[in-house]
Ligand binder design. Structure first.
Ligand code: SF4
Length: 384
């Protein structure tokens, strides 16, 4: 189990209509103080966590997410990565991912990011249809997305992820096919497909409540997902997580660690960390985060110690997201001293009888039907 590192960059050019992530639009005057604060938090981490088990070091993966990390000027990202390397020297083959929005990149910046050691770029394309991008409130259009992908390739990013969203109000199966086909035409190493989730309090939710937009149609979403599964399999992609596909050898190592419920340290506002049975999180507001660090105070807002019951349940719910791997019985037993069948005899036999999971001697995983009804399966493992 290697440690993963997560860095949260909360800034975006504008707020998308569906977004309830920890992100703020604008505020370029906070960029430099935020970079200083996150560098200070990173620099203090080795002293704050002296008891990270030796087998979890050095960290093997870094994920810079947000927000839109690519809005930060490259020199600030450079400082942050330098602070990271000083606090946690990374192996030469570490995976370092950065999320980028097509409206925030240019060729020279991408070349410099690649030269900094960032070796995996995740581009938030979301759709190859301009009307859909407008509906989502994205700051970019389809031509900028195509351009960003070409520039990323030229800058030397040979491990590229494209994010797409499906199930948009009014989106037809044909519209969806068109977006996914265009994504495939760029031969990305990795594709993430997310079902649109309408989050309370967002402009999108209000438009649906007011009847300006139709609510997403669950049956059509299921058709879109099933079609994508078939199309991506035909194109040679491995479906390794409910929402993620990769060409063999290009699964996201950082996120694999998350789904295996392995330890991670998060830095920046709203970042979560999980070491052993302890989990904690930082203040969500970027200014409060900066002020706390500047005042020499901890940015931590809350923490909890997980019981074994909760730790096991979360390991089941996260691991079942892994389509092929599922929950490895050996790994689960090594961690908890018991097998999933010993801990959850009734849930496993019921779910298996309903055709939602497959219980094999070496692993437990979702069936194709279970992947469509994941939440029903996961609910079975929630502790009372
Ligand atoms: S770019 Fe991402 S984080 Fe930023 S507002 Fe849009 S969806 Fe939210």
């Amino acid at each position: 189990m290697a440690l993963g590192l997560y860095l949260h960059i909360p800034f975006c050019k504008a707020k998308c209509s569906y977004c309830d992530f920890a992100s703020v639009p604008g505020r370029p005057e906070w960029y430099a103080p935020y970079a200083d604060a996150i560098c200070a938090e990173i620099a203090g981490a080795p002293a704050r966590f002296p008891d990270i088990p030796a087998e979890q070091l050095p960290p093997q993966t870094v994920y810079i997410g947000g927000g839109t990390p690519s809005v930060l000027p490259v020199p600030l990202l450079e400082r942050i990565l330098r602070a990271l390397q000083e606090a946690f020297p990374l192996p030469a083959d570490a995976e370092i991912s950065l999320e980028a929005n097509p409206g925030t990149v240019e060729p020279e910046g991408l070349r410099r990011l690649r030269a900094l050691g960032i070796n995996r770029l995740s581009i938030g394309v979301q759709s190859f249809r301009d009307a859909e991008l407008r509906l989502l409130g994205r700051v970019h259009d389809t031509e900028q997305a195509r351009q960003a992908i070409r520039w990323a390739r030229r800058a030397g990013f040979d491990n590229l992820n494209l994010d797409l969203i499906f199930g948009l109000p009014g989106q037809s199966l044909e519209d969806w096919k068109q977006s996914l086909e265009e994504a495939l035409s760029f031969a990305p190493q990795h594709i993430s497909l997310y079902a649109l989730s309408v989050e309370e309090g967002t402009p999108l939710a209000r438009m649906i409540e007011e009847g300006t937009l139709p609510a997403p149609d669950d049956d059509r979403m299921a058709d879109m997902y099933t079609w994508a599964e078939e199309r991506l399999a035909q194109a040679g992609y491995l479906h390794y997580e409910i929402s993620n596909w990769a060409v063999p050898g290009c699964m996201c190592r950082h996120n694999l660690g998350t789904w295996r419920n392995e330890p991670y340290l998060g830095f920046g506002c709203a970042a979560h960390s999980h070491l052993g049975r302890r989990r904690w999180w930082n203040v969500r507001d970027p200014l409060a985060y900066i002020q706390r660090i500047e005042a020499g105070r901890s940015p931590m807002e809350g923490e909890e110690i997980l019981s074994e019951e909760v730790d096991m349940a979360e390991t089941m719910m996260l691991g079942l997201r892994l389509v092929q791997e599922g929950i490895e019985v050996k790994r689960f037993r090594r961690r908890f001293g018991r097998t999933p069948a010993e801990v959850y005899p009734e849930a496993l036999s019921q779910l298996s009888a309903q055709g939602l999971i497959e219980v094999l001697p070496e692993r437990v995983r979702l069936t194709a039907r279970g992947r469509l009804l994941g939440n029903r399966v996961f609910a079975q493992f929630l502790p009372d």
